[in-house]
Write a new protein. Structure first.
Length: 203
């Protein structure tokens, strides 16, 4: 089975995440997309980041009606700070019959050369890339100063997918909830109810 790994803090998961994940599951050469919830780094205090369990639960709620989308807490079990290459090694050991690929925005592809062992990632895994308007994305992971100008779009393992450009921000959602604004259209209904019931992001 071919699995695409879509990493994120999902704080909270919103309809933009689902649009991208479902588009990849339906239009890329993948059988499933796993939404890998990034755990809170115990060495970095970030008050706006909800507890790992709550963010995972929201991903469960958001994906339960999408049979090709699965939540994953695989990184919860790994020592921190963790790197993507370590996660992939762990997954390959646990699921030897699966073939794992990465899903990332075009902004992340530009900084991939800074990730730990990025050459190993490219050698062993396909990378499915969706377009982004802005270059924010997952932070660079570790340092490899060489090959700064490498055009990874031309790499044979990199696949550019013509996915919808969705610029919905979890930061904007949290800020809007705190300000008492109605952002229900930006969230799966079950996720909105979970956030509202627990009074998340209001302080």
């Amino acid at each position: 089975m071919k699995i695409g790994l879509y990493f994120g803090t999902f704080n909270p998961i919103h309809v933009g995440h689902l649009i991208i994940a479902n588009h990849m599951a339906e239009n890329a050469d993948l059988d499933q997309v796993w939404l890998v919830v990034t755990p809170h780094n115990p060495h970095k205090k970030k008050e706006t980041l909800l507890d790992d369990y709550h963010r995972l639960q929201m991903v469960h709620l958001a994906t339960e009606d999408f049979p090709k989308l699965k939540p994953s807490d695989i990184e919860f079990k790994l020592s921190q700070p963790n790197y993507t290459v370590n996660t992939l090694v762990h997954l390959e050991e646990k699921y030897p019959d699966h073939e794992f690929s990465l899903i990332m925005g075009e902004d992340n592809l530009k900084s991939l050369h800074k990730w730990k062992n990025f050459g190993v990632l490219l050698q062993n895994h396909d990378i499915y890339v969706y377009p982004r308007l802005e270059a924010k994305g997952r932070a660079a992971e570790a340092t490899s100063p060489e090959q700064e100008n490498l055009d990874l779009k031309k790499h044979p393992k990199v696949h550019l997918i013509d996915a919808p450009i969705v610029e919905i921000s979890s930061t904007f959602i949290r800020k809007s909830i705190k300000e008492g604004k109605n952002i229900q259209p930006l969230l799966p209904s079950k996720v909105w109810k979970y956030i509202d019931h627990n009074n998340f992001y209001k302080k």
